[in-house]
Design a protein around this ligand. Structure first.
Ligand code: ZN
Length: 98
């Protein structure tokens, strides 16, 4: 009998930054604060979530950089309290999710 297992990633955009210049493609974009959940799958069916990762991602080139869950939660919390919803995105580390 064959058992087919693997992983599958799902992305959810938590919020969008103000206009900023992407450090990778150089375009003026709204970075997306993205939660990536990787699920363990059995016969292509997600069984349980294996990991949660948070990234600032450029919507055009899909590059960005990873942040911690704590940082992500602080950004989400502060965006709820402030009116502008403008977040300064700085960073040079480039890492793309799977
Ligand atoms: Zn970009």
């Amino acid at each position: 009998m064959f058992i087919i297992y693997g992983t599958k990633s799902f992305q959810k955009i938590l919020l969008t930054s103000g206009i900023t210049q992407c450090g990778h493609c150089g375009n003026e974009v709204n970075y997306n604060l993205t939660k990536v959940t990787t699920w363990a799958t059995l016969f292509w069916i997600p069984i349980f979530p294996g990991s949660f990762k948070y990234y600032w991602l450029c919507p055009l080139c899909k590059h960005g950089y990873k942040i911690t869950k704590k940082e992500a939660m602080e950004i989400v919390d502060s965006s709820k309290n402030s009116e502008g919803n403008v977040i300064d995105v700085e960073g040079t580390q480039v890492e793309s999710p799977e």
